[in-house]
Structure formats: structure tokens, C-alpha cells
Design a protein around this ligand. Sequence first.
Ligand SMILES: *Cc1c(COP(=O)(O)O)cnc(C)c1O
Length: 397
Amino acid sequence: MQAKSFLPPQRTLMGPGPSDVNPRVLAAMSRPIIGHLDPVFVGMMEEMKGLLQYAFQTENALTLPVSAPGSAGMETCFVNLVEPGDTVIVCVNGVFGTRMQENVERCGGKAVLVEDDWGAPVSPQKVEDALKGNPDARALAFVHAETSTGAQSDVEALCRLAHAHDCLTIVDSVTGLAGTPLYADAWGVDAIYSGTQKCLSCTPGLSPVSFSQRAVDRIQARSHRVQSWFLDLNLVMGYWGGGAKRAYHHTAPINALYALHEALVVLAEEGLENAWARHARHHEALRAGLEAMGLEFLVAPEHRLPQLNSVRVPEGVDEAAVRAELLERYSLEIGAGLGPYAGKIWRIGLMGHGASERNVLTCLSALEAVLGDMGAVTPGRAMAAARATYARQDRAA
Ligand SMILES: *Cc1c(COP(=O)(O)O)cnc(C)c1O
């Protein structure tokens, strides 16, 4: 059989993830492999725990990367915390809330839905009503940063309500982590999962998770065995939590963990607050450029995520043709709409390493050229608006 190496093109990734990976992270992946029980590797994992605690702003001892993508972090939270018969209040304001609902139901739980429009944040008032109406509820689950729309919900307010009604909180911050403020401990988060390929700018395939002591107590008091062997934290803890006495559970994805370690070192070097501020800065410039072109945002200004910008496709424009041309001629990827917004919005990511002036200006000039050729926007304005925003920010600094 004839076979050739696979040589992918160089792209600029400005969709909903994966995002551009820092070259330092890719370099880290190619370092020599060592055994996953090698004391040097175990030392690296201990360090990684501290780096993840910093990223989540938590002191939770049970903080680790699950060896699989964000969806597996989601399942880890639900299979460990939901038992058959449990009532869980699940907030749905986009794609990822509906997946939470499915997780609860597959665990044998009863999901009580709190629904908000796609593009809106989760309504604390509706959550409070659901908590009052369901005094048997044991947990509240919601998405911090809804990647399907670009809306951000108020983690602190929702957690406060949940705790007032004796519920644990399960939070999806796959897109939130490192892109927008998050203080897991101060805000009362009990279980949280994230992903590596969004604002951490790492390769996909790992899911950082963290569990509070209350969540650990709940897991240890379960009356049913966790139905997933691989994701059962009682077993995973023996590996990640075992210190020098680690028991074999599964072979850790060693080189992928080097990559995550490096991504977290990059984050620590920059500083979490600086990373959040950088996402906000570039979002402002992108917003100015997109609006100058005549494009409209889906989400109200006060609920927008800086790292995920959803804009409406202008009337009469074939949105898939635009994305295809951006990819072909500019090697630039942006995201399509999902669910009710399929064909109606684009999702432009400014995540991690990709939250940069270079990416903002690349995206604006390419999008303006493609849409300008179609007569769909007024050309010649976007770059000036973005650059004026940067100049204003620089003067204010
Ligand atoms: C991307 C994403 C996920 C799933 O992560 P995968 O790594 O694709 O499995 C879950 N929740 C949200 C909010 C996401 O953006």
C-alpha cells in the first residue's frame, strides 16, 4: 500500500473551537515520551493540578484533566453527581444546555428545564422559581459561556440561588475558562468542567474538571455505583489523587498532558486577569469593525462573551458560501450557526492565543472583502473602526 504523510494546511482558527494553538504548546507535545507512572511524570501532574486550580480560581483538591474532550468532562460531572431518581434543574439557553438535560436523563435523573431564548443568558428569576417549585431538586446545572450563541450567564447569582435551596451546582465553562472572569470558589461552584481547545489554546482531547468538598461528599455518599467505569471518580482519584502511590487506572495521554501543562504555564506567565482583559480588548476592536461593516450582534452588549462573537448573516447572503470562500482564499475558519440559528448567524471566536490584533484585522479584512464583493456590506470601514478602537484603548492605558 502506498501512503503519504498527512500535511494539514496552516489555518487561522476563529470558530467556536478548536482555536489557534500557541506554538509553544505544539512544541511541548513533541518532547520525549516517558511512562505515565514515571516519578518525573507524576511530578509534572502534581504541578498541573496547581496550575488548573489557578485557572479555575479554586483550592479544590479534586482538580484534574479528564483524559477525553470537554464532553467527557460533562459526563464526568453528571455520572458522578446524579443518581437514579434525582431531580436536577437544568438551564437550557443553547445547544450545550440540551446536552446537560440528556446527561441527567441518561443517569436516570429527572431534568426540570428552565428555558431561555437562545442568545439570552439564563434568567436567575426563572431559576429561583424552579428551585422553589421543586424542593426535592439536588442540583442546578447551567452553562457559563454558551458557545452556540455567545451569551454569558451570571455564575455567581445562579450559584447563590442554588445554595440557598440546598442544591449543588454543575457548571459548563468549556468556553468560559481563561477567556472571561471565573472564580469557582468565590462564586460557589461545586462541579465544573472545561476543555483544552477553546481559551486555553491547547490541542483538543482533554477536559479539566474540579469538584468542591460538597461534591466529593455527595459522590462518596452515593447509593448506586457510578454506571461508567472509566469516568467513576472514585477510581480516577486513586490515580490522580494517589500522590506517590498511584494505582494504574488507564494510560494517561502523556504528550497531550505535556501540551496542557505548557498551555497552563503560558496562562500563568500572562496572568489570568491579563488574559481576560486581552480577550475583552480584542473583542471591542472586532465588534467595532463588524458593526462598522453593518453587521449586527445576536447577543445584547451586557451579556456578550468576548471570546465568541455571534453576528447575524445579512439578508439574502448564502452564509455557507461565505465561510467556504474565507477558508479557501484566506485560510480562515469561522463558525456557522446551530439549531434555530443554522444559516442565520456566524460565530467568530477570539479564543486564547487567537485573541490577537493580527486575528482581528485578518478576519475583518477577509470578511469585508468577501461580503463587499457580494454587495452585502459597505466596504472600507471595518479596519479603520477596529484600528481607532485599538488607538483609543492604547491612549486610555
Ligand atoms: C466545545 C464545548 C463543549 C464540548 O467540548 P468537546 O471538547 O467538543 O467535547 C461543551 N460545552 C461547551 C459550552 C462547549 O463550547
